[in-house]
Design a protein around this ligand. Sequence first.
Ligand SMILES: [Zn+2]
Length: 259
Amino acid sequence: MQDFGSNILTCTPSYALYLAEVLAEMGIDPKKDLKLVAGVFGAEPWTDEMRAQIEEKLGILAFDIYGLSEIIGPGVSIECEHRCGLHIQEDHFVPEIIDSVTEEVLPEGSEGEIVFTCITKEAFPLIRYRTRDISRLAYDKCECGRTIARMRKVSGRTDDMLIIRGVNVFPSQIESVLLDMGQTSPHYQIVVDKKGMMDTLEVQVEMTQDMFSDEVKEVERRNAIESTLAVSCAVKLVEPKTIARSEGKAVRVIDKRKR
Ligand SMILES: [Zn+2]
């Protein structure tokens, strides 16, 4: 990026945070030493809190892009400068929201699984193709003037959902709470296990320099996660850089119950 004077970065959001960490280790200040102005990130669900971290650490504006390799890859939809949902290229893709259990089409504004029908794709047509991604559609005019449908940032996948003691839990809910509390490393992992008949949930969060001997915050974090998810959990602070970094999609959940 230094050699080429790159001004746009595009990768997964977790890889962007990994890059920020490596830049800091190399003594490169992205705000001074690089020419980056914006980033386009996708291929995994990420929260607005994570967006704030990327923007702060890299000194850029971060935009969400969405796509599926079965359709065209990235480019099915992308955020405009107002970043209030991703504009869907409706001249190519017709979106619908369905109930992932009954497969019924849900009314406008409902949350559910997004499905796409490709109207211009040749040779490999897809009709009401199920994405497993959870979103919501809006058809009102965006501040940018575009009138095409917008999809809300994907909050998770139907197959990402964990059922802990009968309660539905999405990894993105945990990420939101952790990052919202500030001073938190964006590197975390969720470990689900079973003790006897009971499911256990442990959230491992990497310590940052200002988190050492931060027991009070640990209790606060646990309380915040528990009240958001309505399920009890343990929060474990782990040494910096012990959670594996990804060069592709981040591994957020280790579910030991399946072994
Ligand atoms: Zn717009």
